[in-house]
Design a protein around this ligand. Sequence first.
Ligand code: ATP
Length: 326
Amino acid sequence: MSVKKIAVLTSGGDAPGMNAAIRAVVRTCAYHNIGVVGVYRGYQGMIEGDFKEMNARSVRDIINRGGTILKSARSKDFRTPEGRKVAYENLKAAGVDSLVVIGGDGSFTGALLFNQEYGFPVIGIPGTIDNDIYGTDFTLGYDTALNTVIEAIDKIRDTASSHNRLFFIEVMGRDAGHIALNSGIGAGAEEILIPEENIGLKKLLSSLEKSRSTGKTSSLVVVAEGDKIGKNVFELKEYVEQHHPDYDVRVSVLGHMQRGGSPSCFDRVLASRMGVKAVESLLEGKSNYMVGIRSTKMELTPLEKAIKGSSKINTELLRVAEIMAT
Ligand code: ATP
């Protein structure tokens, strides 16, 4: 089948670099003289027929913008066979024959189902700040989020050291500790709590005590939101205060600011490469793959593997973090 028109959508949580990826998909289509439509609000827009014909000029001035001009959404209707049928009919009516989905593993699961039911060619681009997708060393938005986080922690460090305080800083990442581990090292945290490594409350206390005894007057502890230590950051604060009433403990939950902002150069280049690879893979007749980057090279991973696999934490970084906290 020759590809005549591709639809592109962003789905699930937004991430910086999604716009740069939309731009890359649209421009690659223009380069190869094939049509492209943008679908608004992810799968929900597919069901509601919320499409817009795009060309190379429709994506001007967006490479530097966070969020997604196509908007993102979570669609309950797309989880039903009836919803997917309407989506398929809308795409057919618009002359669309292939799909690029920019999103996370949930979005890829939907894309795979859609392919299985209608034989519709699909390629995924991993867009999430969490870096928790198998088959790529980096997801889109992760590098920008790391930079946002260390900028915020640097500022917290100023106030922490001025008041000799201990700060628990919660960062995003869902069930993965990539953001916490890397930003923790990058921002010079004393301790980093991630779901992949349950250090336990006792060890946390002894580590903080050791920090004090070696002359540190303030401490930063970066905590991944999915940490399995059994306590959230506010409970951690209470726990430490119970055992060390003399500690001046504060909590900062960075929250959604981590999702926003202008994408880093790394994410813009990654998005551009992923967009080109996604469209050209469809043109080569490939389907049901996720585009990723591995050891600086663009690679395809079967969507099924990307969904089921998990991204591993780099254990060397754990050791670096431990040594840096000396
Ligand atoms: P994030 O990593 O930000 O959560 P995600 O792509 O994993 O992104 P989800 O909310 O899990 O986000 O999925 C996005 C959308 O994909 C859902 O709202 C739904 O429309 C579709 N989807 C997810 N899982 C399925 C499924 N099992 N069947 C059909 N569609 C699905």
